[in-house]
Ligand binder design. Structure first.
Ligand code: ZN
Length: 43
């Protein structure tokens, strides 16, 4: 079993986990970009 370190969901294979984690990394990236834009606006 492989566990997602973001949401603690369990997956049978590494491949499934890997695919799932992509969703989180995309979200993290978008969050980062949004926050950076916000800061740029404030300055
Ligand atoms: Zn997850």
């Amino acid at each position: 079993m492989h566990q997602c370190y973001y949401c603690e969901q369990m997956f049978d294979t590494k491949e499934q986990l890997f695919e799932h984690v992509e969703v989180h990394s995309d979200m993290e990236r978008n969050k980062e970009i949004t926050e950076r834009k916000k800061k740029e606006k404030e300055n």
